[in-house]
Design a protein around this ligand. Sequence first.
Ligand SMILES: Nc1nc2c(ncn2[C@@H]2O[C@H](COP(=O)(O)O)[C@@H](O)[C@H]2O)c(=O)[nH]1
Ligand SMILES: [Mn+2]
Ligand SMILES: [Mn+2]
Length: 472
Amino acid sequence: MELVEESPYRFRIDRHDPMRVPGLVFASRSLLPDTRADRSLEQVANVATLPGIVGASYAMPDVHWGYGFPIGGVAATDVEAGGVVSPGGVGFDISCGVRLLTADLHRDELRPRLDAVMDALSAATPRGMGRGAVWHLTGRDELDAVLRGGSRYAVERGFGVERDLHRCEDYGAVHDADPAQVSERAIERGARQVGSLGSGNHFLEVQAVEQVYDEPVAEAFGLRAGQVCVMIHCGSRGLGHQICTDYVRAMEKVMGRHGIHVPDRQLACAPVGSHEGRAYLGAMAAAANYARANRQLLAHAAGQIFERETGRRLDLVYDISHNLAKIEDHAVDGGTRRLCVHRKGATRALPPGHPDLPDELRAAGQPVLIPGSMGTGSYVLTGVAGAPAFASTCHGAGRVQSRKQAVAAGHGADPRAQLEAQDIAVRGASRRGLAEEMPAAYKDVSAVVEAAEGAGLCRKVARLVPLGVVKG
Ligand SMILES: Nc1nc2c(ncn2[C@@H]2O[C@H](COP(=O)(O)O)[C@@H](O)[C@H]2O)c(=O)[nH]1
Ligand SMILES: [Mn+2]
Ligand SMILES: [Mn+2]
C-alpha cells in the first residue's frame, strides 16, 4: 500500500479504482501499521469503495486490523445520495465505550483503603464471558425499556441521578432504537447481562490524575492533579455481538439486489434508507442504549462502594461510545450534508461551542476518554474546531500484538506480580487473560495521543495513571 506523506501526522492513500475517495491515515511514521503483519491500511482502501462515502476513508493513529473495517476507522456516507451503512463499520461490540468518574479524593488519601476498595469493586462487578449482572430484569418488557431508554431508564429506576444524563452522549439514550428489529437470539444473549463488564479488554480501573495539560479545561471537566478517578470500559455484550452477526448475514444477502459490490464480504452493507439499512440502524441503536445502561449500572455500583469505603461519591465526567454509526449533519463542500458517520474504534470529539454539549461543558469542548493499558496510563482529551474526520479521534492505544503473541512475549512471567511490582492492584482475570492484556500488547498511548493532537484531531487535557484494575 503506497502512502504519500502530506505532513508529519498525515499520510494519504491516493484514490485508485475502485476507491471512490482517498484514504487518510493520521499517524506518525513509527505508528504506521506494519503491513507484513497487519492489513488495516488495505482495509482503509477497501472502505473507500463504499457507495456514498464522503471526504475520505480515515484511519486514526491507533488503527489496526479489524472485521472488514479497520479498528480506528472513520467513514461517513451521504444519506441522501445512496450512502450505505455497514455493520462491520461499527463492530461487534456495538457502542462499546468509556465512562470516567471522579472522586473528591486525593490518591494519598485513598492509598490505605485501596485494597479494600479494590476487593469490594471486584465483588460488585460481574465479569467474564458468561452470565451474572448487576440488574435482574423483570422480563422482556423491561429489557425493551432498557433498549429504548438506555441510561435514562436506568436512572429512572434509581441507578443514578439526573446529572449523570447531562454527562452522557445523547443524554444517555439514542432516540431511534427499534427493539422489534433485534432477533430473539440477541435478546436471549443480552437478557441476563445488563450490568456486567465482559471479558478481555474490558475493565473497571481506579486511576489518579498524573498530569494536567490544560488547567481551565481540566477544571471544567472536574479534574485536578492527584485526584482519584474511576474509568469503566465495556459495551453491549452478547446482544450487540448477535445483532452485528445477524445484520452482516442479512446484508450479504441483499447487497446484489441493491447493486452494491464490495472488495471484501466483511464490508456487507445496505443503503441507509433501505429496509435493511433502517432495520440495522434501529437494532444498532437498541444495542447502543443497552451499552449505555450497562455502563450506568456498573458506575452506580462502583459509586455505592466508594461511598461506603471512602465516604466520597463518584461524579460522572462523561460517557462516550467508540463503536457506533450516527446520523449527523456536517459541512461538506460549502453546504450541509446529512451523513451516516461510522466510528469503529474511534471517538466523537465535539469542539468547544458545539450545540450538542451540555451548558457546563460547551466552552471547554467534549471530554474524549482514551484508555491506554492497565500498566501505563490513559488520557482525557477534548475536541477542536475545524478538525478533519468529522469530529473524530482515536479511541485507545490500539493493539499491536495478537492475544497469542502477547502471551508468548511474556515468556511465562507472572503478569499479576509484574503489575503489583508497579503498585497496581489487580483483581479478576486469569493469568493467561492478564498476559493477553499486558501493556506490550498495545501501542504507546502517549505516542498515539501525540499523533492525534499533531494531526489536529483533538487536544490533550490530562493524563491518568492506574492504581488498581478489575479486569474482565
Ligand atoms: N487503562 C486501560 N486501558 C486498556 C485496558 N485494556 C485495554 N485498554 C485500552 O482500551 C482500548 C480500547 O479497546 P477496544 O477493545 O475498544 O478496541 C485499547 O486499545 C487499549 O488501549 C486496561 O485494562 N486499562
Ligand atoms: Mn468492547
Ligand atoms: Mn471498546
